[in-house]
Design a protein around this ligand. Structure first.
Ligand code: KG4
Ligand code: ZN
Length: 331
């Protein structure tokens, strides 16, 4: 049985995984604390993690009906993420593993997003190509076996979720804007305005979203308040459409070039209705299968960290204290 802790950004998370059975997964969102600033404030996130981490772990253990003696491992996200936020989780996990006398496992947040696909209710077996699209990451990976992957492509600047959140903000929507943009775009015409698609060249599996964001900024500046008032939903749909086109076309092209017929999705952006619709349509046309974990396993959570921890060797006892949080690095 594994207790996992995840504090890489602004959600305080703990989960208990018993073999293949997810016993509990607790996520305490800090959205309300960051909303007034229009984005995550790292120092606010760290301080809030410190207040929440013990109750969230206690809650996860209680919901799982677990006690310390049931555990074989404590797992924790070590990277990438906000360094102060990660440090709270790492220090907590070290302390618990030491005092309970169980193994400690450090896990990459990216490995976690991929391993969300191995959890119930519908665990996926490799090989597959996985698109990880969230507020902090956008990458395409090729998974041939559980516990490892090859990086196929990644964003060279902003993450897809960041581009959606910043676009939403320019359109006057509240933080975090991705989901609100999704709702507004549903009533708009995505073909009305042309926004650029970064690195749109055959054989290129990387993403770039910063030019798109800048083009929306100039579009709104030049059009003035009038264009926003008249065409808000169409602008939202066209802007979101450009992000989704890049995600769909590059993921499908990557799978095709790897002769892989199975695509998985993870990360908060996989909640996007347009992405789900267009990716399933593209997969149907290509004769590929698409699998998407339940939304609560796609956004940040500790169940995915526990899932990934099953495929990582625990640290030898003497090396525990050296386990450090890192802001960057993928695996
Ligand atoms: O995976 P996640 O919870 O946290 C990170 O690791 O970043 O992803 C959060 C991101 C945010 O950018 C949020 O706006 C986006 O996922 N998101 C959405 C939707 N729901 C959440 N983006 C587009 N459409 C949605 N429905
Ligand atoms: Zn994430």
């Amino acid at each position: 049985m594994i207790l996992a802790v995840e504090t890489s950004c602004d959600d305080t998370c703990a989960a208990v995984l018993d073999g293949d059975e997810l016993r509990s997964s607790v996520v305490s969102s800090q959205d309300e604390f960051h909303a007034r600033y229009g984005g995550v404030v790292p120092e606010v996130a760290s301080r809030r993690h410190l207040e929440l981490i013990n109750p969230v772990i206690a809650d996860a253990m209680e919901q799982a009906g677990a006690v310390a003696e049931d555990l074989n491992r404590v797992a924790v996200t070590t990277h990438p993420g906000l360094i102060g936020a990660l440090m709270i989780g790492v220090a907590t996990a070290k302390t618990l593993a030491y005092s309970w006398g169980v193994d400690l496992v450090g896990v990459s947040h990216i490995d976690g997003h991929i391993a969300a696909n191995y959890l119930p209710p519908d665990p996926v077996e490799p090989p597959f190509v996985c698109l990880i699209a969230s507020g902090g990451h956008t990458s395409i990976v090729h998974v041939r076996e559980r516990g490892s992957y090859d990086l196929v492509g990644q964003t060279l600047d902003d993450a897809a979720g960041e581009a959606l959140d910043k676009g939403a903000r320019l359109l006057g929507l509240d933080y975090p804007g991705g989901a609100e943009l999704d709702r507004l775009a549903a009533s708009g015409d995505s073909g009305r305005f042309d926004f650029p698609i970064g690195l749109d060249r055959e054989g290129n599996h990387d993403f770039s979203f910063s030019g798109l964001k800048t083009s929306l900024y100039y579009f709104l500046r030049d059009g003035g308040a009038e264009v926003l008032k008249r065409s808000r939903a169409d602008i939202a749909a066209s802007y979101q459409g450009a992000v989704v086109t890049a995600l769909v076309s590059k993921t499908v092209a990557a799978a095709r070039s790897l002769s892989c017929g199975s695509i998985c999705l993870s990360g908060g952006v996989s909640a996007n209705s347009e992405l789900r619709r267009r990716l399933s349509e593209a997969c149907r046309e290509e004769g590929m299968t698409l699998r998407i974990p339940p939304a609560e396993l796609c956004t940040d959570n500790a169940a995915m960290i526990a899932s990934a921890a099953r495929y990582v060797a625990p640290l030898p006892r003497g090396e525990w204290l050296a386990l450090a949080a890192r802001a960057s690095g993928a695996s």
